[in-house]
Design a protein around this ligand. Structure first.
Ligand code: IPM
Ligand code: MG
Length: 372
């Protein structure tokens, strides 16, 4: 029996291609693992009305970790839905499988390291080394939403909260509500994870990203919780910033920041910004980590316009595989992969199109594997 059981979820579009690249590198460093395949993505939505089928959920219940490529999500119009036999008349709503996966398996930490590898032509500045901790299960991603607001809810809200009176005369189908739900527990565990990481890796500061001056209840809770958690980590500085100002300051003074922690949506936004500072889509990698399972993925999507061309940069997925190795306790192999990525970037001989080169996805993977 292999030492590790890793669910392999390529998805669709370029997800399939970058996962092939990552696998090539994992095999080359001699990881002792089996990789049972999991179905996920747009095709399964079309065929079965479920982009994240029950058999894939069952698979994830029985593995040590998972790698996920990317999937295509398109807006689905009701009329179009009626044309698909598996979906006809069912009124099913397409929900992003990755968001469901994070909630279903309580993968509450979204860890997104953003490091500028030396000599990457896409670096915003050399030497950037930021780590984003994004809360991954609640906030505006809680999925508590109303396309049409039920009368009962409208009346209750008007009763409970004066500002809602203004909406009492608006017909329910003329407005929508998306609930931002942040719990103390959910806030505390992500903030604690950020501080623990800072302590373990000798980082100096944790910056809490929020909008507590306006979104007082939920972001206020997040900030207040952070201040409490910080008292358990006297060796690590804490500061905080509003999400809007944070985007400006990150560009202005990227070296003033170290570890960032944020509720789900702000974390989503800020991690794209940080990824862009270290090379963009080809470099952003992500770990969705819970107590029992962790799922690693490139942050980019399925890029349908490049699908089938084997031209996108696989480094994000290869770095996601590296993160997975760290999580599996394979630190040595993780280091070899990261060292090889850094070396290939530094040499500058093999570059994919985003880096100004002509290397194909698997050529980049081969170059990295050769040095790993
Ligand atoms: C990400 C992505 C996802 C998210 C999408 C694909 C649902 O943007 O992982 O950052 O919003 O979380
Ligand atoms: Mg995102």
């Amino acid at each position: 029996m292999a030492k590790h059981k890793i669910a392999w979820l390529p998805g669709d579009g370029v997800g399939v291609e970058v996962m092939e690249a990552a696998r090539l590198v994992l095999d080359r460093v001699g990881l002792d693992a089996e990789y049972p395949h999991g179905d996920i993505g747009w095709e399964f939505w079309r065929q079965e009305g479920d982009a994240f089928p029950a058999r894939t959920i069952a698979l994830l219940e029985n593995v040590d970790a998972a790698m996920f490529g990317a999937i295509t999500s398109k807006p689905v119009k009701a009329a179009e839905q009626e044309l698909v036999p598996a979906l006809r008349g069912k009124g099913l709503v397409y929900r992003s499988p990755i968001v469901r996966m994070r909630q279903l398996f309580d993968l509450y930490v979204c860890l997104r390291p953003c490091k500028a590898y030396a000599q990457n032509p896409l670096n915003f500045k050399e030497g950037i080394d930021l780590v984003v901790f994004r809360e991954n299960t609640e906030d505006l991603y809680a999925g508590v939403e109303f396309n049409t607001v039920p009368d009962r809810l409208r009346d209750t809200l008007a009763e409970l909260s004066p500002p809602f009176k203004a909406f009492q005369d608006v017909p329910g189908d003329q407005y929508a509500i998306s609930c931002k739900i942040n719990t103390r527990k959910g806030s505390e565990r992500i903030i604690r994870a950020a501080f623990e990481f800072a302590k373990q890796f000798n980082r100096k500061k944790v910056t809490v990203v929020h909008k507590a001056n306006v979104v007082r209840a939920t972001d206020g809770l997040f900030l207040e919780t952070a201040k409490q958690v910080a008292t358990d980590f006297p060796g690590i500085a804490m500061d905080d910033a509003n999400i809007d100002a944070m985007t400006m300051w990150l560009l202005k003074n990227p070296f003033s920041y170290d570890v960032l922690v944020a509720p789900n949506l702000y974390g989503d936004i800020i991690s794209d910004l940080c990824a862009q500072m270290v090379g963009g889509l080809g470099f952003g990698c992500s770990g969705n980590i819970g107590e029992k399972l962790a799922v690693f993925e490139p942050t980019h999507g399925s890029a349908p316009k490049y699908a089938g061309q084997y031209k996108v940069n696989p480094i994000a997925t290869i770095l996601a595989a590296k993160m997975m190795l760290d999580w599996l306790g394979e630190a040595d192999r993780a280091k070899r992969i990261e060292g090889a990525v850094a070396e290939v970037i530094r040499e500058g001989k093999v570059r994919t199109y985003d880096m100004g080169g002509a290397a194909k996805t698997l050529e980049m993977a081969e170059a990295i594997a050769a040095k790993a």
